[in-house]
Design a protein around this ligand. Structure first.
Ligand SMILES: Nc1ncnc2c1ncn2[C@@H]1O[C@H](COP(=O)(O)OP(=O)(O)OP(=O)(O)O)[C@@H](O)[C@H]1O
Ligand SMILES: [Mg+2]
Length: 246
């Protein structure tokens, strides 16, 4: 595949937390643009660490990483940040701010830091934040403080915030695992609609085989910091995710 068709490309990535053993061992992967890639693997296999490396939050000790055809390094990390949205496992919402204020955090890259107060954001950004909440089906919760929301509603606020960032790539770490399957599927369907409309690339860690079967174009299985299986796009395995994830 031409590298311009790739949203992310990693080659020989090794990562260890300070003074610890390797958590990621020689990871190479390609994430095609505009598609959904899902990463599965047992607890502790390194999924979150891999997400953080791909998001440019952790810097690998070995290997090369390219995002949107640019090498990720010290100089490009900051400019790439606005192009890559990351939804952490713990969502990273500010509990004491409202849903709308949390979503507006996604616009900080454009509006400058320090303008966290609602009144300081340009009106069109506030309207877009409201539209993102409407899209997620929680427009009526925009002035509710986040600590008063349910787990599923919080997850939708986190997604709306990431969408407001207008990223080219969204990396989501287990972001639907607290939800029941029907709601998780509904949210993934919404993500897919947005991804298709905006040509956005989606990478997620996920435990639920049913969801992976329905939504993944590519699946990577991680174990002890290594990719032990991948399908269907490496050419060596013809089977589709739905055949493998019985
Ligand atoms: N900040 C850290 N400092 C040191 N070791 C860490 C740190 N974060 C994770 N680890 C270790 O790295 C390994 C991989 O952790 P990681 O969080 O990437 O796994 P995971 O696949 O996301 O697991 P889970 O499914 O439980 O979320 C684990 O052995 C963990 O103990
Ligand atoms: Mg994790």
């Amino acid at each position: 595949m031409d590298s311009t068709d790739l949203a992310l490309r990693a080659e020989g990535i090794c990562f260890a937390y300070r003074g610890e053993e390797w958590v990621l061992k020689d990871i190479s992967l390609s994430v095609p643009r505009g598609k959904a890639t899902m990463i599965m693997g047992p607890s502790g296999s390194g999924k979150t660490t891999l997400m953080k490396v791909l998001a440019g939050i952790l810097c690998p000790q070995r290997g090369r990483l390219e995002a949107l055809s640019q090498e990720v390094g010290k100089r490009t990390r900051r400019s790439l940040y606005s192009l890559i949205g990351y939804i952490p496992q713990q969502l990273g919402l500010v509990r004491n701010l409202t849903s709308l204020e949390n979503v507006l955090m996604g616009a900080l890259g454009r509006c400058g830091h320090g303008k966290v107060m609602l009144g300081l954001f340009p009106r069109h950004e506030v309207e877009q934040a409201q539209a993102a909440l409407d899209l997620m089906g929680i427009g009526d919760k925009s002035s509710e403080k986040v600590f008063r929301l349910s787990g599923g509603q919080r997850q939708r606020v986190a997604i709306a915030r990431t969408l407001l960032q207008r990223p080219r790539v969204v990396l989501a770490d287990e972001f639907v695992s607290d939800l029941d399957l029907a709601l998780a599927a509904e949210i993934l369907r919404l993500m897919r609609q947005v991804a298709e409309r905006e040509q956005m690339t989606f990478v997620a860690n996920m435990h639920e085989p049913q969801l992976v079967r329905e939504f993944a174009d590519q699946v990577l299985i991680l174990d002890h910091g290594q990719i032990v299986r991948r399908f269907p796009t490496d050419g060596s395995q013809e089977r589709s995710p739905s055949e493998v994830l019985q």
